[in-house]
Design a protein around this ligand. Structure first.
Ligand SMILES: O=C(O)c1cccc(C(=O)CC[C@H]2O[C@@H](n3cnc4c(=O)[nH]cnc43)[C@H](O)[C@@H]2O)c1
Length: 216
């Protein structure tokens, strides 16, 4: 079973097409990503799902454009309710993303993620998914405080993880850092460096997956 790689845009797919995996382009955002992943897994099963692409790094992570982040956990960070200026998450609200069991939108990942991080020198930590790009230092600080140790944000990971969970397939998120999370400064985004980092992470994940598959 080939691994499935899900990216948001054709530019993110371009550098991955020669790898030994099926690559699909979902479109941007958590819903587009979930739907595309669910459809792809229904068409053809996969042994591993990789959510890959560029992302923003939280200032306290110390990550810079061109660096690589891998998920130890994938968190759907904007699930909840505002009560005045207090944010209540699904734990507080007693809500679940699943119909018949508790799940707050914090997704466990593939057990080999630490090995991929070791081989690449990537940082391993929580990767957040949001429906919009954070555009202020205040919001970045709020998210860092709610999710201590969070490395990056993107817009697709949790949707891909949700579809993978329903299909019973392990998932990993790989983000090459293109920008710092904070005030919008699109001109400073370093996309080629981020795409190169993404490829490095995905290639290492496939290497580990192939070794694991050969040993069983
Ligand atoms: O602000 C703009 O002008 C603009 C123009 C083109 C693209 C964008 C995006 O925001 C792309 C979102 C896309 O890239 C991922 N991404 C990259 N950096 C971040 C971030 O700091 N926060 C959230 N998502 C980010 C995301 O996964 C999307 O696929 C903006």
């Amino acid at each position: 079973m080939l691994p499935l790689i899900v990216v948001a845009t054709p530019a993110e797919a371009e550098r991955l097409l020669d790898l030994n995996a099926r690559v699909i382009v979902s479109g941007v955002g958590v819903v587009a990503a979930a739907l595309a992943t669910a459809r792809a897994l229904a068409e053809q099963n996969a042994g591993l799902v990789i959510s890959a692409g560029i992302g923003g790094a939280y200032p306290s992570s110390g990550l810079l454009p061109g660096d690589l982040a891998l998920s130890s956990e994938i968190i759907q960070a904007d699930l909840g309710a505002w009560d005045g200026n207090q944010f209540l998450d699904f734990d507080d609200l007693g809500l679940s993303i699943l119909p018949d069991s508790p799940h707050t939108g914090r997704f466990a990942v593939w057990a080999a993620a630490p090995e991929v991080a070791r081989r690449t020198g990537a940082r391993l930590g929580s990767l957040l998914t949001l429906s919009s790009v954070t555009g202020s230092s205040e919001t970045a600080a709020f998210l860092e405080q709610r999710f201590p140790g969070a490395l990056t944000e993107g817009m697709e990971g949790a949707g891909i993880a949700h579809a993978a969970l329903l299909a019973g397939v392990p998932v990993l998120e790989v983000r090459g850092v293109s920008n710092a999370v904070g005030p919008r400064d699109r001109a400073s985004w370093q996309i080629p460096q981020a795409l190169a980092a993404t490829r490095r992470g995905v290639a290492a994940a496939l290497e580990v997956w192939e070794e694991e598959s050969e040993s069983v």
